[in-house]
Design a binder for this molecule. Sequence first.
Ligand code: G3P
Ligand code: CA
Length: 289
Amino acid sequence: MSIKRKGRLFGVFVLLTLSLKWTPFDQPTLPADFLLIAHRGASAYAPEHTLPSYQLAYDLEADYIEIDLQQTQDDVLVAFHDETIERTTNGTGAVSDYTYEELKALDAGSWFNEAFPEQKQFQEEGIVRLEDIVDEFGKEVKYYIETKQPFTDGQLEGQLVQLLEEYGLLENVAVTRQVILQSFSEESLLTLHGLDPDIPLIHLYHFKKEPAELSADEFDRLASYASGIGVNQSALTRAFGDQAAEWELDLHVYTINTYSEAIDAYKKGADGVFTDNLLEFIDPLDNEL
Ligand code: G3P
Ligand code: CA
């Protein structure tokens, strides 16, 4: 797949023309294997974590769709970022205080319509289960899933791996990389590694004190279970990228919403970026008009 890439559906362009930006050809380009990870789906154009957001990410040929994972009161795995539901639904309180049936009844789309009135508007979008997403896309997409609630004594991780196995997404996963799992929690990553050591794992860091820095011992330790590191964009340096390469770790950077920022991350050693804004990475001239 080439970058800038060809969108799967011209209709997507008709839908999103107003958002389109295009990087001139004389700028440096990203290599074809540079990963574009659709952060919460194509979340610049549709309410995050909803099926339309993931459908758009698929249409725009993201390499991975990113899903934050939480567990409901009745132990259902749902795609949801925040611990509480105020920001993106018409409800209040913690995700873990509600059953899935209760969450499903909430409106998870209107906030987007109000925040982004210039974008396509979405009606009756609800919170979805991880199962709904893998049921919809199967092996048509690759999944980059974050455990957000690692305080469930391994229950969330166990359920997650079981579900992925049931859908055949872990067959030969070390080679296919059909699924990548990520977490800020070492405990969660170690649990996942214990459940299936073949699953590629990304240890996420948010370096508040910049620049990003880890000791040799810390690199040794994380390289014993993880295949890569996820790091906040503002903390990334070339020195850190060189260290990640020395330990043969993938380096993915969040959250990058312009092509030039992705180029900058690439020059510092990144292998991929999380982005809300997939249209930044598509060449309109590749699309049939
Ligand atoms: O998973 C990478 C990035 O998404 C981490 O930040 O807060 O958007 O989950 P957050
Ligand atoms: Ca995330």
